[in-house]
Each structure stands twice: as C-alpha cells, then as structure tokens.
Design a protein around this ligand. Structure first.
Ligand code: G3H
Length: 246
C-alpha cells in the first residue's frame, strides 16, 4: 500500500528569526506539491513565529517531556508545543539518545505524551556503524522499534523515522538495497506490534538526504518520506526534495 509521503525538515539547533524567511518558499512548494505532506521542525523558540508566518505549513518540535507538567526545569511538554502551534514532534533522535542517554522506554513515554496531547509522534530508530558492520543493523533497529513505539499508535498518530547514525550529516547513505531491507523489516515489525494499523504508519528515511539522492531513496518500497537535517535549512535544497517525493 503506497502511503502519502511526509517530508519533514529537522533544523536541529540551527536557525533564528531571520531564517524563517526560508519558510515562505517551502510553504509555496508544499502547496504546489499537494500530494506530499511537508513539515519543518525548528528549535523551540521558533515554533510559534514559524506557525504564525506560514499557517499552511506543518510545524513540529524536536523533543518533548513525557510528563504533562511539573517540576522539570528546562523541559517542555507536548501540550505546550501544541499551544505554540506545533502539530508533530520528533522523539528519540539518535543525537538525543546519545547526548541525553534516552532509552527506548523514555522515548515511548514521550511518544505517548505527544499523542495524548494531539501531536503526531515521529519516533526515530537507527543503528550505529559498528552495529551495521557486525551484521546487527536489522535486529538492533527492530529492538528499538519494539521498545519505543506506543502500542496504541496508529497511522494518524505515529510516524517512524529510520536514520542510520553513521549516515547523519556525513554525506553517506546506505545502498538502496539496504534501505529496502530495513524498511521492509520495519513494516513487518510494525504489523506485529500494531496489527492492521502497522500498515498505515509512515516510515521515513533520514540521513544525508539531499536533492541529488532524494528521488532514488523515495522510490524505495516502504519509504514513505524523508527526515531531512542539513538540507532542510535552505529552501533551495529542501524544495527539490519535496518535488522529488511527489
Ligand atoms: O533528523 C535529521 C537527520 O538527523 C538527518 O540529518 P542530515 O540530513 O543532516 O544527515
């Protein structure tokens, strides 16, 4: 079953108010490519101004706390993101798994909080280079998925992003065959975890997606879109990726 593609940009800790000017051309491209869902996930401070500037563009966050509120200095809840104008949130990005020692259980709790607040949760999984070299990529990623995905997730509330850690920001990508193998394994595992809903959950590929490789990656079976880092910062790079995904 071909699912509607989602192309999401993760600005990570980049951007300022001036950079929001990039959103104008991205929103125009999103409108012109009506068969593709497009989202941008800027830093927390830019969510509200981004949502106000381009109401037609889906705006997301890059993390949320699992609790609804409370004494958690420096953290932000899913409901706060929703109120600021976000409609989705990335959880379990490998940079947060590594830097903040987030576990699969933490990530599942964040995804559940996001869904409870009415956000779409983008749950990230991906192997390290050492794990791939050891022939463990599929089993590691399947394990992350089983631990991180909320059992109540549906095609409307949940997105999975497969991001090989070694492909992020490096200019390297897995072969098309390796992407196909991993996405097929994730699709099967989603079915085992979520039943019929597993077939409706979009599985994005992320890791050095750029205009020159987007069409090839987006044509792989069970690749239902892209999670784009560096190439989402400039409309000149991101718009061709949107166009290649239609
Ligand atoms: O969330 C996005 C990914 O980490 C990919 O980043 P990248 O496109 O800069 O490799």
């Amino acid at each position: 079953m071909a699912l509607r593609k989602l192309v999401a940009g993760n600005w990570k800790m980049n951007g300022n108010r001036a950079a929001l000017a990039e959103l104008d051309a991205i929103a125009m491209a999103a409108e012109a490519n009506g068969g593709v869902d497009v989202a941008i996930c800027p830093p927390f401070t830019l969510i509200a101004p981004a949502a106000e500037r381009t109401p037609s563009l889906a705006i997301g966050a890059q993390d949320c706390h699992p609790a609804a509120s409370g004494a958690h200095t420096g953290c932000i809840s899913a409901a706060m993101l929703k109120e600021a104008g976000a409609s989705l949130v990335i959880v379990g990005h490998s940079e947060r798994r590594a830097d903040n020692h987030e576990t699969d259980m933490d990530i599942r709790a964040k995804a559940e909080a996001a869904i409870a607040a009415g956000l779409i949760a983008i749950v990230c999984v991906g192997e390290t280079e050492a794990e791939r070299d050891a022939g463990q990529a599929v089993s590691i990623v399947e394990g992350q998925l089983a631990g991180s995905v909320p059992p109540t997730g549906t095609g409307y509330t949940l997105v999975v992003a497969y991001e090989p850690v070694w492909a992020i920001g490096t200019g390297r990508t897995p072969s098309v065959a390796d992407v196909a193998q991993m996405h097929a394994a994730l699709r099967t595992k989603l079915g085992a975890l979520l039943g019929a809903e597993g077939a409706k959950v979009r599985i994005l590929y992320g890791g050095s997606v750029k205009p020159s490789n987007a069409a090839e990656l987006m044509a792989v079976p069970d690749v239902d879109g892209a999670l784009v880092g560096g190439a989402s910062l400039k409309a000149a790079d991101f718009v061709p990726i949107i166009e290649a995904s239609g």
